[in-house]
Design a protein around this ligand. Structure first.
Ligand code: HEM
Length: 453
């Protein structure tokens, strides 16, 4: 009997596009809508062009996605935009390939195991609590900024044991500059080599140098200390390769620290912002969560031990990532001619996979556009094909920080909800997703803080 793919035509359908620009203008104008349209019109796979030559395949079916991310992943490398980040993160986990990646991943993986990150729970709670101590009833805040600060505070604390304040500014200010400029570089179509002294290149080099000085000085201080630290940097410094017993060099440590910083705070910050937006639109969910938290804590502070019991908060986070996945698209470049399903792809072609589109596919989700955290009850994810829900990607490049992020978002959410209800004023601008490197609320979110009691 023929498989579902053997009976299909091998020609990949897609829009024609302008002879020179291809479909780039429509894509750039509204990437989410463009990909949604591709999905509605062509289904599991479609093809379009960026510019005159760059073929792009939009893979939109769980079975095909699994081939790209898992079974045939060796035939792909990261897409060009991610490669551009090497200027900032060097050969860290996000950007390295093949053996270098595998070796580093083996080394770092233990630091992110569920059992290991449990020790960061208290830091996550404390950082959030101390940050919101500065909030007061009736105040209006840019929640997008506040969540960014909380996530930055948490990663700084868990990575270097630094508290929010003067000390952490050493890291945070240059990191902000590097992020902004690095991302600008990643998104520009034509990348001007760093050695050409354009204004942005000079700024980027200066910010990277500033951050390097800080990171290398922290690494140096640590190398001279006899005591072992249990923060992320401590764990990374103790990690030894199973085969040769060697640890990371200072340069490798610096690249990984920079990577974890970059990959690990904007994503969670946006997840929290989207979650508060969704709660403000669904006061019944907000109230249910608050009641559960009150029952669990009896008015006492959230503790790490409560994490496994905060299942409703976890479902809210999962549902928020379904509708607004911070990583809304994954890009790959074909390294060697390869068949995905019955479809032939050539070396140099690009592949796009979109969590945003797949997570809203009515084949897998009833009432797909609605926010219903309860859908995640009773192991709902296990009833889905593997790559119908994949906010953290998959295969050997799956997000190393997935458990960290789930724990961080859940504990931060519970800590804030216990104290405040966040509301959106009636005259707030319409909240729409803005697909930059991560998916963020366009023009930000300005919310009013309301004391629970
Ligand atoms: C809600 C929060 C997060 C989301 C949605 C997210 C999503 C993702 C996704 C989709 C990938 C795979 C990209 C690809 O295959 O091209 C990834 C990779 C990665 N993420 Fe996350 N992430 C989050 C939080 C974090 C955190 C908190 C950390 C670290 C503390 C982190 C560190 C990384 C690293 C190092 C990689 C590269 C892994 C590798 O290639 O081996 N992420 N993330």
């Amino acid at each position: 009997m023929k498989t579902r793919y053997e009976v299909k035509q091998q020609i990949v359908p897609g829009p024609k596009g302008h002879w020179l620009q291809g479909n780039l203008p429509e894509f750039k104008n509204d990437p989410l809508q463009f990909l949604m349209n591709q999905s509605n019109q062509y289904g599991e796979i479609s093809r379009f062009r960026f510019g005159p030559f760059q073929q792009v395949y939009f893979v939109n079916d769980p079975v095909l996605i699994k081939e790209v991310l898992v079974t045939k992943q060796k035939s792909f490398i990261k897409s060009r935009d991610i490669q551009m980040l090497k200027t900032v993160v060097g050969e860290g986990l996000l950007t390295s390939e093949k053996e270098v990646h595998m070796k580093q991943r083996r080394l770092i993986q233990p630091a992110f195991k569920k059992t290991h990150i449990a020790q960061y729970a208290q830091d996550m709670i404390n950082t959030t609590s101390s940050y919101i101590e500065g909030w007061s009833n009736g105040e209006k805040k840019s929640i997008t900024n506040e969540m960014m600060n909380i996530a930055l505070g948490i990663i700084t604390k868990t990575m270097f044991s630094m508290d929010i304040g003067e000390e952490s500014k050493r890291i945070e200010a240059p990191m902000e500059a590097v992020m902004k400029l690095g991302v600008k570089r990643m998104r520009s179509l034509i990348t001007i080599p760093l050695w050409i002294p354009t204004k942005n290149n000079r700024k980027l080099k200066r910010a990277v140098k500033e951050l390097d000085d800080v990171l290398f000085s922290i690494i140096k201080e640590r190398r001279m200390e006899p005591s072992e630290h249990t923060d992320l940097l401590g764990i990374l410094m103790q990690a030894k390769d199973e085969e040769n017993g060697l640890g990371m060099t200072d340069k490798q440590l610096r690249d990984e620290l920079m990577t974890i910083f970059l990959a690990g705070h904007e994503t969670t910050a946006n997840l929290l912002s989207w979650t508060f937006y969704l709660l403000s639109q669904h006061p019944e969910v907000d109230e249910k969560l608050y009641t559960i938290i009150e029952e669990l804590t009896q008015g006492k502070p959230i503790t790490p031990e409560l994490y496994p019991q905060l299942t409703y908060a976890q479902h809210i986070i999962s549902e928020s990532m379904r509708l607004y996945p911070p990583a809304y698209v994954i890009g790959r470049q074909v390294e060697e001619d390869i068949e995905i399903g019955p479809y032939q792809m050539r070396k140099g072609d690009m592949v796009l996979i979109s969590q945003y589109v797949m997570h809203r596919n009515p084949t897998y989700y009833d009432n797909a556009e609605a926010f219903i955290p309860e859908r995640f009850e009773h192991n709902f994810i296990k009833t889905l094909p593997t790559y119908a829900y994949f906010p953290f990607g998959g295969g050997p490049r799956v997000c190393i920080g997935n458990h960290f992020a789930m724990m961080e978002a859940t504990l931060a959410l519970a800590t804030i909800v216990q104290k405040y209800r966040l509301t959106l004023s009636a005259d707030h601008h319409t909240v729409k997703p803005q697909p930059l490197v991560t998916l963020r609320p366009k023009r930000g979110l300005y919310m009013t803080l309301n004391n629970r009691k």
